[in-house]
Design a protein around this ligand. Structure first.
Ligand SMILES: *Cc1c(COP(=O)(O)O)cnc(C)c1O
Length: 240
């Protein structure tokens, strides 16, 4: 674990440098871009090493991994967001461990989350996930529907809409990737500018991963979700 930790420390520093350089190049304050560590498929001791090295925001794709990692890291108090598809029958298991669910992509899921939070007497931060590339393998509402879904989510009790999430186009063409991220920013601006109840705080743009975080930051990302660039290659296959 000692070598895992020093490797993680080194890669964490490298990624923070990439983020800082990209922010400066885009005339933005590097402090306005948070690094979320995408922990999918990683063993708990590896995730722990990265959190100990200073990673304070974790993203989990699967509830099964969330409930494995989170209790073992509780003493370190990382903030944990769910960034993968959430099935309704996993809501109860996920809620105790997360402060935000970034992957809300249907009104039904939002209503179920709101009702569950009401029963628990708590509030929950959520983001609306849009599928800006329209690739059929990806979850998320279509970009044309994202603003109306967000406005409906923002109006629900116990949910606090904090922003928008997307997985970028799987393309080598930077123009294609960037235009998808620009689209999400436009949706965000439309919703924040709507003046509708609960929309004023929806400023976050969670977009960009190991391979394209610079492009996302250039288009306004406030959270980049990084897995392999910090953790190294994944050994187990997984669907996003
Ligand atoms: C895996 C994953 C990431 C991180 O991907 P890397 O390419 O390993 O940085 C980010 N967001 C989501 C939703 C993911 O599933």
């Amino acid at each position: 674990v000692t070598s895992t930790r020093s490797a993680a420390q080194r890669r964490l520093a490298e990624v923070r440098q990439r983020i800082a350089r990209a922010a400066v190049a885009a005339d933005r304050d590097p402090a306005d871009v948070r690094l979320l560590l995408a922990a999918k498929t990683m063993p708990t001791d590896v995730v722990r090493a990265v959190v100990e090295a200073g990673g304070d925001l974790l993203g989990e794709n699967r509830v099964a991994e969330l409930v494995e990692h989170a209790p073992a890291l509780a003493d370190l108090h990382p903030e944990i967001h769910l960034i993968g598809h959430l099935q309704s029958n996993k809501i109860a298991a996920a809620l105790p461990w997360v402060s935000c669910i970034q992957s809300v992509d249907t009104p039904t899921l939002a209503e179920r989350l709101s009702r569950r939070c009401a029963a628990l007497g708590r509030d929950l931060n959520v983001m609306v996930q849009a599928n800006v590339s329209a690739e059929p393998t990806k979850h998320g509402t279509m970009p044309d529907d994202a603003a109306s879904l967000a406005e409906a989510v923002a109006a629900l009790p116990h949910l606090r809409l904090t922003g928008f999430m997307t997985i970028g186009a799987n393309s080598r063409d930077e123009t294609v990737v960037r235009s998808g991220y620009a689209r999400l920013r436009e949706v965000r601006d439309e919703v924040v500018g709507s003046g509708l109840p609960g929309t004023a705080a929806a400023r976050e743009l969670s977009m960009g991963m190991s391979g394209d975080l610079e492009l996302a930051i250039a288009e306004g990302a406030t959270i980049v979700r990084v897995g392999t660039a910090v953790f190294g290659p994944r050994t187990r296959a997984t669907a996003p």
